[in-house]
Design a protein. Sequence first.
Length: 472
Amino acid sequence: MTNHIEPVGATGAAKITLRTAGELAEALPYLLGFRPDDSIVLVALYKGRFGGRVRLGIPERPEDWPAVAQELAHCLIGGCERRDGRPDSVVAFLCQDAPAQAWAPGQTVVEHLRPLAQLLRTECGALDVPVTEALCLSGGRYWSYCCPRPDCCPPEGSVIAADGTSVMAATAAFAGIHVRASVAELKARLAPLQTALVADQTRALDAAAMELVPRIFSGVPREEVEAETLDLARLVLRRLADAPGADDALDADLRDDELLAHDEAAALILGLQDRMTRDRAAEWMEGEEAVVALRLWRALARRCVGGYGEHAAAPLTLAGWVAWSLGDTVEADQALEMALGVDPHYKFARLLNQARAEGVDPEPVRRSLREMRESRETDPGEPAESATTGEGTSRAGSGDARRGQALAVPGGAADPGVSRAARGLEAALRRRGERERRSSGAGTRPGRTGGREVRRPVGRRRIGRRRARGEG
């Protein structure tokens, strides 16, 4: 679940007043920084000023809607109270396009989602924060669940202003706010390939696993595999950096895929399953080095095909971390959501997800990784960390692993402990919690809102086929 408290882009540089439901519908992509599809979005309001916002995919099963509505209301209002105080009201958006064959498609979606809109209004109201407007956006039109007047909100819906033609679009352009692609397009940049390359990439992953696993069991030092992985990664990074640029995202990804051989992708994917190697790779997090690294992590996530889907947790988490470090919170949230989708227990992704949801600054993690790099450069002979620490479950990627039997990489995720990067995040989250408790004068009892306990977004659960972002 996306949980943003900060504004998207340079919203402080320009102000605009939104008075109608249509203007709210036009503003939604600019509030999020991308065009939501198949999404529930709640936005908090403070005396006419936008505050926190949460987003979650609409569960396919209506029986999951009550739990979703309660979770979203608690996450938004609880998060706002910890930062800016209780919001005055909430605006709810339900965004979904109907199947092409549906009769009166927009109206079909409106009626289908009406019970969900009512649940959102009820749950927010139970926390003493009213939903002043609830809109359904579908097929380029909007409907209001709160306005009963057909002269204002006709049954057939009202047209949302075309891109670039509204006052909101002009103001956003002047302020330097850019709307990214839809959620589906963002996912496509990170999702496994579904092309003719899949068969060749799967064979390369199988071959790499058959070469790596015997080496591990024969006692090859972990550091040797790490060095090989990072040397190969640096080689590919130089190749990507030397390639000519491409403005279109699809063209850029296709070019990067062409520059990455199947055997190279396989070796890097398997090597990054070791969390210490992954932490070393996470050091490429700033400046032009980070821009190129993000391209590599996207490309590797796309190569986790077939039975190697769970291996994508490492490159997806790296993509989320680097995007966040570069200030791109939209891609960061999407990458972390996908990482936890393939492995809900991946420690680094869960901590990054929680830090994003709670508004933690990424600098403590950057500082921790810088210190690790500086320490290694100062004393190259000293091991960076004990080889007996790790997180989650490491997968070497053999056929056994693809059948669900995880193979432990020595020094990797099957061992106890937490990585250096994860420790930096845990410390930042702990300090933030202590500051909040001191500033609020709270004791050990949980805070309450409207008579109910506010649940901090600290877990992650499956709701239908959707996964909530902001709980990690």
